[in-house]
Design a protein around this ligand. Structure first.
Ligand SMILES: C[S@@+](CC[C@H](N)C(=O)[O-])C[C@H]1O[C@@H](n2cnc3c(N)ncnc32)[C@H](O)[C@@H]1O
Ligand code: SF4
Length: 415
């Protein structure tokens, strides 16, 4: 093994899916020329996230040299920090989504997802960067074919989930709780040539391809969907805004596919689906457009997942009423899953200044907070909203996820 490694994490949590965080697939040959690849299982149990000793005990295959890491989640960032503290003879160069930067001109690392609370606690052998691998090595974006070597311990017949980058940003960038919109546009990479190299992947099993972007652009819906390889165990996942322009593009793509639309799950951020709340968070569409998206998906046989948020400090009784009428209008069976989340205030988002909560810290990093509500009326309106999502799960035939977590936050808000 050389003394330069490219480390990618992979994870298997509750589900039966192996999630490959294949951050080096776009630069596979480039990385190969500089060193070796390593796959590392990440900490599966979030109760042990930020347990220093547990992370320090994770062995590394070299004792000196350079390890480039593609980090997706905050726990990967923490893992790298712990390793860097433990292994002064290894230089860790950490990039990937969680290392994205707000302002690449600012001296040092200016992260979009976390705040560094104690810069002195960052050891000198830890370099955090929002640069892509190409920018790091000073070459053009997407220099060679996309490639993936699957970890050898994944049994044939499993379900694997991996990413095919469309871009590393979001074209919309406006939702007030979201930090994807904070990325410095000078770091944005956009795939121009769609060769779908993954179609040659030698793996017996279900291959879930994440068409990676914050939110897919209407142009790509039109161009990409009809061109995607179908069959052979390939399924696709991507996020689409439920706005008019995307709805029109989706309709056209369905027609273009002529009955052979790829096996796909589209993720929709319905957030809090009333006119006032969608305008408040700046989604750029209203509840009617979400209903329209669901009608298109239902008619086109496309599976849809919803993402919703509660924990708001500005709900009105009218919002709760409108949420209920939205649910009544929703086509039955359109959403397969509904993921309900409690509002998280990321540093630098507008939400962060409008709420309070217990800070989440790990090592020298600060991640924001889960919002806490103290007004009994707001707690009650959010409780009613969560109940509506729960009630309509059986009526509209979606699987509701995240309810326990939301209940925990409602309980904590009650003191
Ligand atoms: C990765 S985002 C992409 C969503 C997609 N771009 C869209 O807007 O439809 C997936 C979902 O995570 C949830 N989410 C994002 N930021 C959040 C936050 N700060 N607090 C709670 N949920 C959040 C939202 O429900 C969002 O729709
Ligand atoms: S559209 Fe999605 S990814 Fe883009 S800013 Fe809004 S929530 Fe974030």
């Amino acid at each position: 093994m050389t003394d330069t490694l490219f480390l990618q994490f992979y994870s298997r949590r509750k589900s039966t899916i192996y999630n490959l965080l294949n951050g080096f697939s776009d630069t596979y040959d480039l990385c190969r020329n500089h060193g070796d690849f390593v796959w590392m299982k990440d900490e599966p149990d979030s109760r042990h996230w930020y347990d220093y000793d547990r992370y320090a005990a994770k062995p590394l295959p070299i004792s000196k040299g350079t390890i480039h890491v593609s980090a997706l989640d905050v726990n990967h960032l923490y893992q790298c920090w712990v390793w860097a503290c433990q292994h002064p003879d290894i230089h860790f160069v950490v990039g990937g989504p969680v290392a994205s930067e707000c302002d690449i001109e600012s001296p040092g690392w200016d992260p979009a997802y976390v705040r560094v609370e104690d810069p002195d606690a960052i050891p000198p052998n830890l370099t955090l960067t929002g640069k892509s691998v190409e920018q790091w090595f000073g070459i053009d974006d997407f220099p060679g074919p996309w490639r993936l070597e699957i970890p050898t311990d994944i049994p044939a017949g499993s379900r694997i989930y991996f990413s095919y980058t469309l871009d590393n940003a979001c074209f919309w960038r406006r939702c007030i709780y979201c930090n994807i919109g904070l990325h410095d546009l000078r770091h944005v990479r956009r795939r121009r040539k769609m060769d779908f190299e993954f179609k040659a992947l030698d793996f017996e099993g279900t291959k879930l391809v994440r068409l990676n972007t914050g939110s897919i652009e209407p142009r790509l819906i039109r161009e990409l969907f009809p061109a995607l390889p179908c069959g052979n165990g390939f399924e696709y996942r991507t996020f689409m805004r439920a706005a008019d322009a995307e709805n029109r593009a989706l309709k056209e793509a369905i027609i273009d596919c002529g009955g052979r639309f790829p096996d796909m799950v589209l993720g929709f951020g319905v957030e809090y689906p009333t006119k006032r709340m969608l305008a408040h968070v700046d989604k750029g569409f209203g509840p009617d457009e979400i209903i329209q998206s669901m009608e298109i998906c239902s008619e086109g046989g496309i599976r849809a997942n919803g993402n919703a948020i509660v924990g708001w400090n500005n709900l009105t009784q009218q919002d709760v009423k409108e949420l209920e009428s939205f649910m009544k209008r929703l086509p039955t069976g359109a959403f397969k899953n509904m993921q309900l989340r409690w509002l998280l205030a990321h540093p630098r988002t507008a939400i962060h200044d409008q709420y309070r909560g217990r800070p989440i810290r790990f090592g020298p990093f600060y991640e924001g907070f889960s919002v806490e509500l103290d007004d009994p009326q707001m707690i009650e309106l959010n409780r009613q909203s969560a109940e509506i999502f729960e009630h309509f799960a059986s009526v509209k035939q979606y699987k509701l996820e995240g309810l326990e977590n939301v209940r925990r936050h409602l309980q904590a808000s009650n003191g």
